[in-house]
Design a protein around this ligand. Sequence first.
Ligand SMILES: [Zn+2]
Length: 249
Amino acid sequence: MPPSFGPSPVRRAAAVLTPPAAVVATAHIAPAATWLPVVRRRVPRLAGVGHPSHVALTFDDGPDPDSTPRFLDALEELGVRATFFVLGDGAVRHPSVVRETFRRGHELAVHGWSHDRPWLPAPADDVRALLRAAGVVRDLTGRRPLWYRPPYGILTSGRWAAARAAGMRPVLWTAWGRDWTAGATAASVRSAVAAGLRGGGTVLLHDTDRMSAPGCWRATLGALPGIVHGCRRAGLAVGPLAEHGVHRR
Ligand SMILES: [Zn+2]
């Protein structure tokens, strides 16, 4: 679940941060819809802007034994591979889903250990959580994860540093399906993605309702063929972040 429209998280000082982190930390007091355009303009690689002829397809909040396999089947039918940002606490509960995702050719990345908000600075906890989550993914797939996307898109300076310490690059998104809401339908998800998507973009979707309205993953699943075919009609290849042309470090 990406956006944060609830009470503002604790304001963090941005002055001492590196420029990209400063942009994000300053922005994390505001809803993602407000600050993401700034990130896209000033730090396009952080927003997941890659090669203009490619679209990166990404899924957050899994693994989910009920819904993730449905996505794996649909993606196989479409001939598409994607990047799955998994939660560490879900990966240890459902390791076979993570292994199967990898076996089908998809890329595994880290969404955090649990889906929490950084209300207070906790840099040591951030490092421990991301190292632990990255370790679980590495143990299940044999590959070190390259990407990190924080829950709600809230990238504090502590999480930024923790991702780097764990050898991962933070990546947000340029387009989303708003597929976490109770009223989401396949048509609404398709149209939300189409409204924000350009060549080089990174699409955020969810392969589970763990953090969303119950059953809303069905809307995402229903939207997938239209999203992929729409990209292809526009001459855009669809694939994982690994093939998106953004630098890893
Ligand atoms: Zn999430």
